[in-house]
Design a protein around this ligand. Structure first.
Ligand code: SF4
Length: 150
């Protein structure tokens, strides 16, 4: 039985967020322990070549799907960030294949990792992040830390 699972690095306590902080999540850590799962930490934005700390990014329009298809746009207020976010998603997919991961827990509402909710401008709207979309297109199951609320 598969024992490894991709997890957003910031949910595991790594300081990968745009402001250099973490979003360590007790629900995620408890879930991994209870199910005897080995987390594979991934941060798509770092893997896409972005520094930490970095400027915050958000969707101007569209979502992960439209960005991957060349229509949507992610910005950091100065420049388009599409290429870095797509590159990061592709690197995470490589890691999924290398580690034979078929499941992921990713950070809700991030432009890379959001699962069902993302920020467009300052509003929370329906949609997946870029990495979440690419993984789902490859039939990798993606949930967020909020799905562990039970
Ligand atoms: S890209 Fe994903 S893993 Fe990296 S800091 Fe943002 S939410 Fe966390």
């Amino acid at each position: 039985m598969e024992r490894s699972i991709l997890v957003s690095a910031c949910l595991l306590g790594l300081n990968t967020r745009y402001d250099g902080s973490t979003k360590a999540d007790r629900r995620v850590l408890d879930y991994l322990r209870q199910h005897n799962l080995t987390p594979i930490p991934v941060c798509p934005e770092q893997l896409g070549g972005l520094p930490t700390p970095r400027q915050r990014s958000w969707f101007v329009n569209g979502d992960g799907s439209t960005v991957l298809d060349g229509n949507g746009e992610i910005t950091n207020a100065d420049i388009s960030m599409n290429l870095a976010f797509i590159r990061g998603a592709q690197e995470v997919l490589k890691i999924a294949r290398l580690t034979d991961c078929r499941r992921a827990i990713l950070k809700q509402r991030s432009p890379s990792c959001g699962v069902g909710e993302i920020y467009r401008q300052n509003l929370v709207v329906s949609g997946d992040g870029v990495t979440t979309t690419l993984l789902k297109r490859q039939q990798i199951e993606v949930i967020s830390e909020d799905d562990l609320d039970f």
